[in-house]
Ligand binder design. Structure first.
Ligand SMILES: Cc1ncc(COP(=O)(O)O)c(C=O)c1O
Length: 484
């Protein structure tokens, strides 16, 4: 038994004048341990066509942004233009080796350096590391930097971090992993931070505050400058959870609001693929004072050369393999370049317009707990007509029958029946009008045939599940699904 290997002649002779390399085929014996044994299960005898049909059908059963509208609040599920992927696939990038000598990877280091610089310009922070793998990873790195900063100033009493009750679950979770205790502050009825509650917890044990602005109900913190002043005066730092940066792009900058440190979700705002736990990228930006703590390696430009800096000694050290998810950075780089300075603010404008349009079009049938202009997302507190017993979960399930991915539900926890809707700028008016008509149809059904909505979905492969049982005993094999 052999395998064939193409051996390319890359001798100087072969490369001269860029002629095509000569190829020859060598045959090698495979090790005996790799031979098919008699007791191995038989492989199914299927043709290529059958395999292609099988996987195509399976993929149709899946839901993704390329199949339909995905109004998932807090997650910015925007379309990822194909050119992003094309750029990341270019052989010159895709076949790079992490141990290549620096002078042979100047191109990708330029991409890194430019992306760091542009993210600084967009956010108003001094410098960025592109190494973290996700938003939550960025949070953890950010909090470790905050801890190291206080420690080096001999301020080791600061072991608590303030997290508003509307925060994403990763915020308190990251705090715990970083060894900080989270202190909850209450939100006002409009979802903004309650200043009295904030003042009550500020003290010399506070390391800082984590804020999402606009917050998870889509409201901009109008008191952000006052919050920054109060936290800084108490000796704390401000961490900006950048998952909701979309409506601020090119319009407002966290650095100008007083934030010291932040993460950006490239896989949300900057249109790189999202979901399934990765691959993502959560660059962390900091002010000058925090720059020495950034994880290594750091890419810098010296003269006309790009170099990788392993210093200074205060760095957190290596937090990802090599340079993080380069493919994701390349996609974000392409996206920023294709938008350009003049079109980035349109992302903010149209996502905000879309959210307000849906909110105003549906507030006569869904309960709107926060009136007024929202940013890129907003929340309903379930259906307006509460007499039918139809819940937010029922509405979400019924939407599946109309081939619409349900919005985020029951988050944030500040309302009982939260439906959080985020229509990104990439959706057309037709798609948004279609979504509005479906939401209205579900509301009508809820009042006329409530049991129908309570029993949904009907058109999906899997019907209404026992949620608790499904979470405890998930069936993840297709075959088991058929027999259950
Ligand atoms: C407000 C907010 N913060 C943080 C995160 C965490 O980001 P990631 O999923 O990349 O870890 C999310 C993700 O949904 C989010 O919505």
């Amino acid at each position: 038994m052999y395998y064939d290997k193409l051996i390319f002649d890359l001798s100087t002779e072969g490369r001269k004048g860029y002629t095509l390399p000569k190829a020859e085929v060598k045959r090698y014996d495979l090790p005996k341990s790799t031979y098919l044994r008699d007791d191995c299960p038989g492989l199914p005898e299927v043709s290529e066509l059958e395999v292609v049909r099988h996987y195509t059908n399976v993929s149709f059963k899946n839901f993704g942004i390329e199949k339909g509208f995905y109004p998932l609040g807090s997650c910015t599920m925007k379309y990822n233009p194909k050119i992003n992927q094309d750029m990341a696939n270019l052989p010159a990038f895709a076949s790079l080796h992490p141990y290549q000598p620096i002078d042979t990877v100047q191109g990708v280091l330029k991409v890194y350096h430019d992306t760091q610089t542009w993210l600084s310009e967009i956010s108003g922070l001094d410098t960025f590391t592109l190494n973290p793998y996700a938003g939550a990873h960025g949070e953890l790195i950010g909090l470790m930097i905050i801890k190291a900063y206080h420690r080096d100033r001999g301020d080791s009493k600061r072991t608590k971090i303030i997290v508003p009750d509307s925060a994403h679950g990763t915020n308190p979770a990251s705090a715990t992993v970083a060894g900080l205790e989270s202190v909850e502050v209450k939100s006002n009825p409009d979802g903004t931070v309650n200043l009295a509650d904030l003042k009550a917890v500020l003290g010399d044990d506070i390391a800082g505050i984590m804020l999402t602005n606009p917050n998870t109900v889509g409201i901009f913190e109008k008191d952000i400058l006052e919050i920054a002043r109060l936290v800084h005066e108490a000796g704390g730092l401000l961490y900006y959870d950048g998952a909701n940066l979309n409506p601020l792009l090119g319009v407002a900058r966290p650095g100008d609001m007083g934030f010291d440190i932040m993460h950006i979700n490239l896989h949300k705002t900057f249109s790189t693929p999202h979901g399934g736990g990765g691959p993502g990228s959560g660059p962390v930006g900091v002010t000058k004072a925090l720059k020495p703590y950034l994880p290594k390696p750091v890419v810098e430009k010296q003269g006309d050369q790009y170099v990788i800096i392993d210093e200074p000694k205060t760095t957190l050290g290596q937090i990802s393999h090599f340079y993080g998810n380069i493919g994701v950075v390349l996609k974000a780089y392409t996206y920023i370049l294709s938008m350009g300075r003049e079109h980035l603010p349109e992302i903010a404008k149209y996502s905000t317009l879309n959210a307000n349009y849906i909110k105003e079009s549906l507030k006569d049938v869904y309960q709107l707990p926060i009136e007024g202009i929202c940013k890129h997302e907003f929340v309903f507190d379930g259906l307006k007509d509460k007499s039918t017993g139809v819940t937010t979960l029922d509405v979400a399930k019924r939407l599946l029958d109309f081939d619409v991915h349900p919005p985020t539900i029951f988050f944030p926890l500040v309302f009982k029946q939260t439906i959080m809707i985020e229509p990104p700028e990439t959706e057309s008016k037709q798609t948004i009008d279609h979504f509005i008509s479906i939401m209205r149809q579900v509301a009508l059904e809820a009042s006329q045939e409530p049991d129908k909505v309570k029993g949904a979905p009907y058109n999906t492969v899997v019907k209404r599940l026992d949620e608790a049982l499904a979470a405890r005993k998930p069936i993840v094999k297709y075959k088991d699904l058929e027999t259950n």
